[in-house]
Write a protein that binds this ligand. Structure first.
Ligand code: HPA
Length: 270
């Protein structure tokens, strides 16, 4: 993997991806922040050496470099999921590539279902901790020690300083933001009523199909990471209606201005 990363970063640097400060992973329906990136340089995943190939249609599959709110950023427009058939090492390869390019912090967003029914759809949830239910680890490979500790500490996986900053921003600007525990499942099927009950019992406030592999790798690389969900549906096992993925994407889209506001303020503070 070390040689692969050298080829990946050589390709990107050659395109002009020089010294990015912050890496950003954009989740479902949250892509509009890219309109604010100035001096964009775009690399399509399919052209970047050693990147997995993009599949799910509503993800655009581009790495975008540029200036965002005064910072040099590299943005993943579209991420990889285990449910698309990628293994955990492939899913997280772009995180390792962004770190090798020089990012100092990672910001991640996703769409999630609300398990905590005090939280409402359209609101945000700052992720303060997680439960990995994906049944695997992006650190389970032979060369892992070449990149850092194998037995990575996860006692505090989310950067406290950025969490505090986000809370202060939400308060100041009156943004609807909750705080909680994100459970990551494989999907792509949604959960049964019994699974929603189980997720609540084990301490999850939200459930989704991404983010945790990326966060584990960020911790492996000692990269401070911030993650936030937009809650797109309320997962009430006693009142469960068939899920509508189009609706999930729509709610994520409606919450986009709140998310962008938060990211704008947060990025300026880094
Ligand atoms: N489960 C339930 N609801 C959701 C999810 C999920 O994984 N993602 C977005 N809404």
């Amino acid at each position: 993997m070390i040689n692969a990363l050298k080829e990946t970063t050589a390709y990107l640097k050659n395109k002009g991806f020089e010294d990015p400060e912050i890496g950003i992973v954009l989740g479902t329906g949250l892509g509009k922040i890219v309109d604010d990136i100035e001096n964009q340089i775009v690399a399509h995943y399919n052209h970047i050496p050693h990147f997995p190939l993009a599949t799910v249609e509503f993800h655009k599959g581009k790495l975008i470099y540029g200036d965002l709110y005064g910072k040099k950023v590299v943005v993943m427009q579209g991420r990889f999921h285990h449910y698309e058939g990628y293994d955990f090492i492939d899913i997280t390869y772009p995180i390792r590539a962004m770190e090798a390019l020089g990012i100092k912090k990672l910001l991640v967003s996703n769409a999630a279902g609300a398990i905590n029914l005090e939280f409402k759809r359209g609101e945000l949830m700052l992720i303060e901790d997680h439960i990995n239910l994906q049944g695997g680890s992006p650190l389970a490979f032979k060369e892992v020690s070449a990149f850092g500790e194998r037995f990575v500490d996860m006692s505090d996986p989310y950067d406290k300083e950025m969490c505090d900053q986000a809370k202060a921003i939400a308060k100041e600007h009156n943004l609807p933001m909750n705080t909680g525990v994100y459970a990551s499942v494989v999907g792509p099927q949604l959960e049964t009523k019994a699974e929603y009950r189980y997720l609540k019992i084990i301490g999850a406030d939200a459930v989704g199909m991404s983010t945790v592999p990326e966060v584990i790798v960020a911790n492996h690389l000692k990269l401070p990471v911030f993650a936030i969900s937009v809650l797109t549906d309320e997962c009430d096992p006693d009142n469960l209606k068939p899920v509508n993925v189009q609706e999930i994407i729509e709610v994520a889209g409606k919450a986009e201005p709140i998310m962008i506001k938060l990211f704008r303020e947060l990025i300026q503070l880094q």
